[in-house]
Write a protein that binds this ligand. Structure first.
Ligand code: ADP
Ligand code: GLC
Length: 480
């Protein structure tokens, strides 16, 4: 089974969020099931060193206004196809945003080009490698089926994976000509979304199957509160829609071997975890208190519900809790957390920015991780939390609902609890969850039991890899 993954991020090379972690991990997990996955992604500046040693396998003199080449290489156990198109990707700044913090004005061309190149590979452009199936990830890859239908009468089957339906890639349909998209795709059962050209919409309408990253989010997508205007299409395609829960890379995220933390540990030696807690407190200028040390590791956006945490902060601090925040994003949230550090020195600390090694230390040294998301397709930080014994305190939505077992009376009595869930996503419910967490923390035996259980919770990719493989087999035919 040969599968082409098409995505805009892939850890450890280029990452802005969980999508990268998933794209960096699934191919390795699929390899265990006998599948061979290649990941196509743009050759951003961060990938230049790899690109320079890669082998050219395809080229096009004009792809959205400039020359493009596909470069094949392997790194970190992943087979990559890098789309080298300097006019689109070789520029300073972030991968989606310019230095003014706005989307690059040519993002439509940049990611249509990715889909167009993937469509070429899907329809036989490479001499020595023909995928049996193309798996597109998020809006950046949504146009692959449209382009493939223009290139071939018999394209391979496709799977569209939704990591976040809030990002849809909506553009002016006037761009279609420039993008080389035939007008016939601009229909209600094609790329049209309320008069706009929708990249994700096109993928969702045209892919053979749709997956998303948790079973609960798959159900939520059919509801107006979560579907972001695509709920009707999701309901229409419900027979083709599956939720496959993400895993995490348990080699990269392993407290017994993690090179980024102050002291390595296992569930049998939790005492040495204290060293990480102390290192973390020091790094964030915190003084120990009677309550738990909470952390947040997140993009600071409305999705993540952290405005509610700012409102609940007086309560958290009054309960003797401590908070360490690592994140960046919306200016109002960044300044809100900076102001909180000022208001509660020693109790609240924040690092505004992106810091991968620090995120590991936070998972290894915190008592609990707060994730009050309004919606969360899967969420990975609660999975890292489970693995590191940092108990997740989460909104009951999407993948958070599917991965954390709430410490209610019955779950505690049955010895299955691994964290705290709350609903609805309001400040009052979050405050209540913080109180419950503090109560549990005040019972060291109960807390330690939950930590040990959390650390044993299965968070790897095995089960998801089998599910993807079963889906692929169903599409390609049993002979592969
Ligand atoms: P999303 O993809 O919606 O941002 P996920 O929970 O799926 O949410 O994934 C977020 C990923 O990004 C995790 O690997 C998390 O550790 C990482 N991350 C988020 N913010 C930061 C940050 N400021 N510094 C380091 N890592 C971060
Ligand atoms: C998206 C979602 C997040 C998910 C990640 C990986 O960024 O917001 O919930 O974990 O994709 O699938």
């Amino acid at each position: 089974m040969k599968v082409l993954f098409v995505a805009s991020e892939c850890a450890p090379f280029v990452k802005t969020g969980g999508l990268a972690d998933v794209i960096g991990a699934v191919p390795k997990a699929l390899a265990q099931t006998g599948a061979e996955a290649r990941v196509m992604l743009p050759a951003y500046p961060a990938l230049r060193p790899l690109a320079e040693q890669a082998k050219e396998v395809w080229s096009l003199p004009d792809l959205m206004g400039g020359q493009a080449r596909l470069l094949a290489c392997s790194a970190e156990g992943i087979d990559l196809l890098l789309l080298d198109a300097p006019h689109l990707y070789d520029r300073p700044g972030a991968i989606y945003l310019g230095s003014d913090g706005q989307d690059w004005p040519d993002n439509a061309e940049r990611f249509a080009a990715l889909s167009r190149a993937a469509a070429a590979v899907g329809t036989g452009a490479l001499e020595d490698w023909q995928p049996d199936l193309v798996n597109m990830h998020d809006w950046q890859a949504g146009l692959v089926p449209a382009y493939m239908s223009q290139l071939s009468a018999n394209p391979p089957p496709t799977v569209m994976t939704i990591h976040n339906i809030a990002f849809q890639g909506l553009y002016d349909p006037k761009l279609m000509k420039k993008l080389g998209l035939e007008r016939r795709h601009f229909t209600r059962d094609g790329a049209e979304f309320w008069g706009q050209l929708g990249f994700l919409k096109a993928g969702l309408a045209m892919a053979d199957r749709i997956t998303t990253v948790s079973p609960t989010y798959a159900r939520e997508l059919m509801l107006p509160e979560f579907g972001m205007g695509l709920e009707g299409l999701m309901r229409y395609r419900r027979q083709d829609l599956t939720g496959i829960l993400n895993g995490i890379d348990t080699d990269v995220w392993n407290p017994a071997t993690d090179p980024h933390i102050a002291a390595r540990y296992t569930s049998r030696g939790l005492r040495s975890r204290q060293k990480n807690r102390r290192a973390l407190m020091k790094r964030f200028g915190l003084e120990d208190g009677p309550g738990p040390l909470f952390c947040v590791i997140s993009r600071l956006t409305t999705q993540k519900g952290l405005d509610l945490l700012l409102e609940a902060l007086p309560w958290l601090v009054s309960q003797g809790g401590r908070l360490a925040v690592l994140g960046s994003g919306d200016r109002a949230l960044e300044t809100g957390f900076a102001a909180a550090v000022h208001k509660w020195p020693g109790a609240v600390g924040a690092v505004i920015g992106y810091d991968e090694p620090l995120s590991h230390l936070m998972q290894a040294g915190s008592d609990a991780i707060l994730i009050p998301s309004r919606f969360e397709p899967c969420g990975l930080t609660q999975l890292y939390g489970l693995r590191y014994g940092t108990l997740p305190v989460v909104a009951r939505t999407g993948g958070l609902a599917d991965t954390v077992i709430d410490a209610n009376e019955a779950a505690l009595a049955a010895n299955v609890a691994t964290g705290v869930q709350f609903a609805p996503v309001t400040t009052a419910a979050l405050e209540d969850a913080i109180s419950r967490t503090c109560d549990l923390f005040a019972q060291p035996d109960v807390w330690a039991g939950m930590m040990r259980r959390a650390m044993k919770h299965p968070v790897g990719w095995d089960s998801a890899a089998n599910d993807y493989m079963a889906l692929y087999r169903g599409l390609v035919g049993a002979e592969t």
